[in-house]
Design a protein around this ligand. Structure first.
Ligand code: NCD
Length: 326
């Protein structure tokens, strides 16, 4: 059995571990559908959800997953403001205390779910923690659990994770979701990636050279309408206003907004291909990357996708706890 102690980056999610986790997630999904609400995988376990950044889906679905598995959850509404970080405490000290590095039996929590605005934060936390760290989003670099729940979504929609075309559309530079997703999918044969971004917000050079080195087929384009006809999945992300410091980049997006949003026209031209539209959410109310008038159409899958956060995160927690015990 493969181990999964900390989950920090998508590269850890090899095809064999993905298969194991998605099979487990599917079984949790089926049990939930059948009305089961009590599982014992995390009985007696305390989970700490430590979020230094805003979240709706990731935090709630993790907490829901933990409760369903029999765990207790401790959390703070906003760690940046209400934890000792506001008094200048380092992330390392906070993690050492919660994970009880001095006296393991007096630790506050057995698993820590961490969201943090800095790149590499989960890695730093894992280096000093006495308990597993699960990265629930670090800066603009990684969001591996979102990548996994997206993989679950694609498998549900297409029946496979290999030999398909996916286009990523929007602000690809600051999207940690796209970054993690590309790393995860690059491990599968025949996945063609198409990147559609405004000038200045293209995928990062590191990701490009990683894909080239691995011989992964990818293309870059500047208009969703050019690529949607060939895409099995069109994955749209918002422009990350909370991370963009250079306002000119935001203006470049807004000036050509129609090239990066799913409109009625885009939906129509993808009819023949049967393209599915995914989005990690939140959708920006002002930019409307998925236009309101089409958001309830059958090939727009973002709400189902968000729901899959529950069984997929149940599978992750169960696996991490199982690894911790051996
Ligand atoms: C994403 C995130 O936080 O990176 N949201 C999520 O977890 N579902 C995407 C985003 O904020 O744009």
């Amino acid at each position: 059995m493969e181990r999964l102690y900390h989950l920090i980056k998508a590269e850890q999610l090899t095809p064999s571990i993905v298969t194991e986790l998605l099979t487990e997630a599917e079984s949790f999904n089926q049990s939930l559908k059948a009305g089961v609400r009590h599982f014992e995988n995390l009985k007696g376990v305390t989970l700490c959800s430590l979020f230094y950044e805003e979240s709706t889906r990731t935090r709630f679905s993790f907490e829901r997953a933990a409760f369903l598995l029999g765990a207790t959850v401790i959390s703070t509404e906003n760690a940046a403001q209400f934890s000792s970080a506001a008094k200048g405490e380092s992330l390392e000290h906070t993690i050492k205390v919660i994970s009880g590095v001095a006296q393991g039996h007096l630790r506050y929590a057995d698993i820590i779910i961490l969201r943090h605005p800095e790149n590499g934060a989960a890695d730093r936390a894992a280096r000093v923690s006495g308990v597993p760290i699960i990265n629930a989003g670090s800066g603009s670099d990684e969001h591996p659990t979102q990548a996994l729940l997206d993989a679950y979504t694609f498998e549900k929609l297409l029946g496979r994770l290999d030999h398909f075309t996916i286009s990523f559309v929007g602000d690809l530079k600051f999207s940690r979701v796209v970054n993690s997703e590309a790393f995860l999918l690059s491990q599968y044969p025949g996945v063609k990636m198409v990147f559609v971004a405004p000038e200045g917000l293209e995928i990062r050079p590191e990701l490009k050279s990683y894909l080239s080195q691995k011989g992964i087929e990818f293309e870059e384009a500047s208009d969703i309408k050019e690529v949607v006809r060939e895409s099995d999945i069109c994955y749209v992300v918002r422009v990350q206003k909370n991370r963009i410091k250079d306002k000119a980049l935001l203006l470049a997006y807004q000036r050509n907004r129609d090239n990066f949003v799913v409109t009625e026209e885009v939906y129509k031209i993808s009819e023949q291909k049967g393209t599915f539209f995914c989005h990690p959410m939140p959708v920006d109310g002002e930019e409307q990357e998925i236009r309101q008038e089409i958001e309830n159409l059958p090939r727009v899958k973002m709400l189902e996708q968000a729901g899959y956060g529950v069984p997929v995160r149940m599978a992750i927690l169960a696996k991490v706890w199982q690894t911790q015990k051996i």
